[in-house]
Design a protein around this ligand. Sequence first.
Ligand code: NDP
Ligand code: MG
Length: 377
Amino acid sequence: MSERPPKNICLMGSTGSIGRQAIDVITGSRNFRIVSMSAHSNTSLFTKQIKKIKPETACITNSEAFKKYGRTTAGPTKIFPPEKLSALCSDKKIDIVLAGSSGSSALIPILDALSKGKTVAIANKEPIVMAGDILCAAAKKHGGKILPVDSEHSAVFQCIENSKAPAEKIYITASGGAILGAGRKKISPEFILAHPVWKMGKKITVDSSTGMNKGLEVIEAHHLFAMDFSKIKVLLHPKALIHGMVEFADGSVSAYLSAPDMRIPISYALNYPQKMKMRNFMDFSNMNLTLEKYPAEKFICFKLALEAGKKGGLYPASLVGANETAVSAFLAKRIPFARIAHIIKKTLSETPDMRYNIPNVLRIEKWAKEYAEKLIK
Ligand code: NDP
Ligand code: MG
């Protein structure tokens, strides 16, 4: 039997938590080849990755780091500056773009790739939150495909894919982040980063504790599954084994379970619609699964995200910008944990009214970062 040629992957954010796990999945399979990859500022890890993987092209997305790197080749790999990222993602050779960078900077590369009809496996949630309508419309118009990597969305996607009936309601689960059991402890970055279930990048770990991550995920689900906000429910599930559920017209519910290991949704998005052999088997003989009401009252950022998502337009971009600045300030110990929500709330309330399009989405996100920074100073 003749083997299929490997799929060519462009991996954005190779040095991050998602990127490193994606490399694990990809290098463990003959079905894929990383043709291009990007990192932002961690050039020492990036150099090691390039040496091992030998992609054809690589991009350093931080201009300072690119200048400091000072070379345009590393072995057989050509190294490009930030402005080349879109071209690398949209290159005709690429079959799948895996968006694993953090923040909003991959928005244009993702949009360009979808506009070229590419498949984008998307972990990077900020671009969907900010411009989900535009990205989904571009995919539809040009035959591109958005495959979710975020574990809850991968779960819901698979429940929907496996049923021929439309979803009536979807549920995503939340493990609760670090602060649920914190009591009156001082909430420091060190405390928050010791997240109980998932090992992730710093920003998303803080987002999980403020409730922002779940709020962003509800907006993400709204776009990915074209589902009204009233039909997207969040449940508290500290064990993080059930990631998503879908309810159908007859009241039956499909649930998706897996170990809390991001390599599973990463590998599913890359292998879709197939599943790749992995060693992640669950032991059901002593499993106590609890699902509870999500305590939204404890998570002000969750509520702020939901409000911004429901208002739509440029509010989600303002939310993403303000949150990014507030979370960086918290991690740098410039503000206490409780101020994150205040800064986002104030920024949202002052968000200028403009038309919803890509230039304005980017403009408002930048404005929100600057406005939030002024509130911090
Ligand atoms: P990390 O902080 O671990 O990694 C971020 C990656 O993006 C690194 O490669 C980093 O490069 C790069 N990066 C940082 N800033 C920029 C920038 N301004 N422009 C371009 N690239 C940048 O994050 P995670 O891997 O945890 O998360 C990545 C994305 O995936 C986020 O959007 C997150 O919400 C989402 N996600 C993550 C999950 C997880 O388990 N980690 C689960 C579900 C979703 P460098 O290190 O070289 O500076
Ligand atoms: Mg998630």
